[in-house]
Design a protein around this ligand. Structure first.
Ligand SMILES: *Cc1c(COP(=O)(O)O)cnc(C)c1O
Length: 398
């Protein structure tokens, strides 16, 4: 006896908390970092290029620029897309706030467009409705790792002369119409935060096939410094460089990229294990009327950064909050992704958004619950989650 009873009665299903996401580092990862630290370059070294090349090859894209975080990647992409004061960028309210924050960093206005019920991704018809003369870019998010409607979004962008910046922080390894995510938008961003598919601690990347964006991204990452003699307006001497546009320090380190490279060896296995666990959940829950399981379109392979169920609370005696607390009491580290961006006081104050503006996202948000999903989970962990969810449903069904 641990003494502490679960909310749904009896002992908790697990003795220790199972988090919703977790990195998986092995001995090779650790050695790769240590070897790099023993070398000559701690920050700007050759491993950065190697990691960029490896990712570009994996995703089938021409260029890759590694930066200090996924958020930095979004910031850089928005900046080189030319988003500036007065410009609008259309994105989903169902994302981590960094997607919209990056638009604001550049002086732009995030314009939200509601989601589809099935894939939970931004709805192209809603995007179209919100395109104005000030629109500059569309930022679709491949929510949970399921690719957004990239063909329809690209067509809209072409017709209205907009740039597509795809937030693929959830979608590394996903496929859309037989192509890996990364080469399907003007720019695609990745995150290497520990809960994502591979990790560098903190880290991110911008992928592009466009040489102009590529050159600008490298300059933006490094304070805006231009050294190429052909591009300088003056010539003070061999030491001379110029800041022609404002840049930032968004650099990643060589030893982080050594970790990233080593993690790349495991990426396909990680994605496969994520898909396996997701399939087990879907199999276990699809018979329960109280739970809506995630959908996967026929022409995509989702990468399952997260596994989100929606509770049909009309069939339960309590709401999502009680269920969240009950599962936490079973030591299942459930989470909620995400508080809709237009709910945040900053977005309401600065841009006039209000609760009620985006019915589909808000309906989803009332019911959403993220279950633990990461490659290092074993089958017993998966079974524990299934048992805890079944126990909760038995206890609360009406
Ligand atoms: C994780 C994430 C980011 C930000 O990435 P960081 O590396 O944490 O800065 C951006 N967008 C989405 C959708 C994310 O999930």
């Amino acid at each position: 006896m641990t003494g502490k009873l679960a909310i749904c009665g009896g002992e908790p299903v697990r003795k220790t908390m199972l988090p919703y996401g977790h990195q998986w580092l092995d001995q090779r990862d650790l050695s790769a970092v240590v070897e790099t630290l023993k070398g000559d370059w701690i920050t700007q070294g050759p491993t950065i290029n190697e990691f960029e090349q490896r990712m570009a090859d994996y995703c089938g894209t021409r260029y890759a620029v590694a930066v200090s975080s996924g958020t930095a990647a979004l910031h850089a992409a928005c900046a080189v897309a030319g988003i500036a004061t007065g410009d609008e960028a259309i994105t989903t309210p169902l994302t981590f706030a960094a997607t919209a924050n990056a638009v604001v960093y550049c002086g732009g206005r995030p314009v939200f467009a509601d989601i589809r019920h099935d894939t939970l991704n931004i709805d192209p018809a809603e995007i179209e409705r919100r395109i104005t003369r000030n629109a500059k870019a569309i930022l679709p998010v491949d929510f949970t790792g399921h690719p957004a409607d990239l063909d329809a979004i690209r067509d809209l962008a072409k017709a209205h002369d907009l740039i597509v910046i795809e937030d693929a922080a959830h979608a590394l390894g996903a496929e859309y119409h037989g192509h890996k995510i990364g080469s399907l938008s003007d720019m695609t961003i990745l995150s290497f935060h520990p809960v994502k598919h591979i990790t560098t601690g903190e880290g991110g990347m911008v992928l592009t096939n466009d040489e102009t964006f590529y050159e600008k991204l490298k300059v933006f990452r490094h304070h805006g410094i231009v050294k190429d003699p052909d591009k300088l307006t003056g010539d003070e001497g061999p030491w001379y460089y110029e800041i022609q546009e404002l840049g930032y320090n968004l650099r990643i380190t060589d030893f982080q990229c050594a970790l990233g490279l080593s993690q790349m060896d495991k990426l396909d296995r990680f994605v496969q294990r994520r898909r396996e666990i997701a399939a087990r959940y879907t199999e276990a829950f699809s018979q329960l009327p109280e739970i809506i399981t995630p959908c996967e379109a026929d022409d995509v392979q989702a990468a399952y950064h997260i596994y989100v169920i929606q509770l049909r609370t009309e069939l339960l005696r309590v709401g999502r909050r009680e269920i969240f607390e009950a599962l936490r009491a079973e030591n299942i580290g459930v989470n909620v992704h995400y508080v809709p961006v237009h709910y945040h006081p900053f977005y309401q104050r600065e841009f006039g958004y209000r609760q009620g503006d985006y019915p589909s996202v808000e309906n989803y948000y009332q019911r959403a619950l993220t279950l633990p999903l990461f490659p290092k989970m074993n089958d017993q962990d998966v079974d524990d989650v299934v048992s805890a969810v079944r126990k909760m449903i038995d206890y609360y069904h009406s």
